[in-house]
Design a protein around this ligand. Structure first.
Ligand code: G6P
Length: 472
């Protein structure tokens, strides 16, 4: 019986050591929930890094054995590999390039060597398990070379590659010294997926110009093998967010938030710490709003959750310091004895607290400068079972293509964003409801299960198409 192998940099669980004991905690993010129906199926498996350096062979064997019961297969990374492959090539080259900040990219040759080595390590992990007829689904930019490495050795397997972050325009992508090898890597897949049509357009323009590949619309011919590039906007587990919205713990969190907010309205922002998220512009817009609309003084607070991320990468560390400084300036300039303009949390929260925050937020501010999709916007909508609240959403987030009933803004337009805050805070209940109902329908229908099903179906179709062409 053929099986499905999921591959991603991180496994859906991460190792934590508590009182000397190894425990496995779920990793953050929606991918794990979405793909659980796939990898938990009989014979299927998920390959990835377990989130911690495990040096000794004996300890690695123990982790392997523990994870085997969960259908998970670990790829162990050394300190050096994390530095150069994960923090280096993935997050100091590919991440800034794909998010249109090429000036942050450090084209260090050592990073490239590590990226090749670790992609080979992941591919070897797959090759140990894969057999003719199997399907392999590779997720994200950390593993661009894996599709090609598999195709070389096992031409008969089905390979899908999905990139969760934007694919940049040709002019940006071509700046990478190793652009050909990266594209050749991705082109080893039979189906290549992105969140939006713009990503497809940019990818096709890069492969036609850099690799000379022929394309007709989204069909490519790669060494006589048809390859399809398509858009699959990722969704969330809508039902789960609806269920969590009324759990006792969520309700008690709502009570606590109500007590501390008193009568003030709440503007909410939740992000991983990242320069692509537009956090500083958002703070500037909020301060401008307070300056232009004194009537809102003591009547509104910004509740900002920033989840620590990639803190070994210098630009992330610097951004953290800048956010700390700007938040404390805004508070120092504006606060009164009974009111704090910005509540800033640098930490992650359990989902029952996130749900309470979403439900209490009069406005949710999602203003990335660039984002492949952005699932926070969808989580906000799914949590609003009361059909109230206003979503302000950046046109640079993939989600803006689907959630067109949000107030769509340009994140670099600080005065424009400040005006939109006023519009959001003053929006009538009826208008809020109309917009929210429409968005809820979209998020409910195009949920994570729909996304997984669609990708897998399309991959099967591509494979059948290739087979029927081969027998002609
Ligand atoms: C983005 C990427 C994911 C990544 C996540 C968290 O959503 O698309 O591939 O896993 O950020 O980042 P981290 O570097 O902590 O894995």
């Amino acid at each position: 019986m053929s099986k499905t192998i999921i591959v991603s940099n991180r496994l859906p669980v991460k190792i934590q050591v508590k009182n000397g004991e190894t425990v496995y905690k779920p990793s953050e993010g929606g991918l794990a929930t979405g793909l659980s129906s796939v990898y938990k199926g009989e014979g299927n498996v998920w390959i990835g890094w377990p989130g911690k350096i495990v040096k000794e062979e004996k300890a690695q064997e123990k982790v392997k054995a523990d994870l085997k019961d969960l259908n998970l297969y670990p790829v162990f990374l050394t300190r050096e590999e994390i530095d150069d492959y994960y923090e280096g090539f993935s997050n100091e080259i590919l991440w800034p390039i794909c998010h249109y900040v090429p000036s942050y990219a450090k084209f260090n040759h050592r990073y490239w060597e590590a990226y090749k080595k670790v992609n080979r390590k992941f591919a070897d992990g797959v090759l140990k398990l894969a057999e003719k007829g199997d399907t392999v689904w590779i997720n994200d930019y950390q593993l661009m070379l894996v599709p090609f490495l598999l195709r070389e050795k096992l031409p008969d397997i089905s390979v899908g590659y999905f990139q969760h972050i934007p694919f940049p325009s040709y002019e940006i992508f071509r700046q990478i010294p190793w652009r050909e090898s990266l594209l050749e890597g991705i082109l080893g897949a039979d189906l290549i997926g992105f969140h939006t049509y713009d990503d497809i357009r940019h990818f096709i323009s890069s492969v036609t110009r850099i690799m000379g590949v022929n394309s007709t619309a989204n069909h490519l011919i790669v060494h006589n093998r048809p390859v399809i590039v398509d858009a699959f906007p990722m969704g969330i587990d809508y039902e789960k967010f609806v269920e969590i919205s009324s759990l006792p713990r969520t309700r008690s969190n709502i009570k606590k938030i109500k007590q501390s907010a008193r009568e003030a309205k709440i503007i909410l922002s939740i992000d991983r710490l990242d320069y692509s998220k537009g956090i500083l512009q958002r703070l500037q817009a909020f301060e401008l709003f307070l300056k232009n609309h004194r009537e809102y003084k003591e009547k509104v607070s910004l509740l900002m959750v920033v989840v620590p991320s990639r803190d070994e990468v210098p630009q992330y560390r610097e951004l953290k310091e800048e956010i700390d400084r700007v938040v404390s300036d805004i508070n120092a300039r504006n606060q009164t004895l009974s009111w704090q303009p910005v509540f800033y949390f640098y930490r992650s929260f359990p989902v029952e607290m996130l749900s309470a925050l979403y439900q209490m937020a009069d406005v949710c501010l999602v203003t990335p400068k660039r984002d492949g999709m952005n699932l926070v916007s969808k989580e906000y909508v799914a949590s609003r079972v009361d059909e109230k609240g206003v979503l302000i959403l950046s046109e640079m987030a993939g989600a803006s293509k689907e959630l067109s009933e949000a107030l769509i803004i340009n994140p670099n337009d600080v005065p424009g964003l400040s005006n939109t805050l006023l519009e959001a805070l003053a929006m009538s209940r009826n208008e809020q409801q109309e917009r929210m109902i429409a968005m809820r329908k979209t998020v409910e229908k195009f949920n994570i299960h729909h996304w997984v099903k669609l990708f897998m179906q399309r991959l099967n179709e591509v494979k059948s198409m290739q087979r029927s062409l081969a027998t002609k």
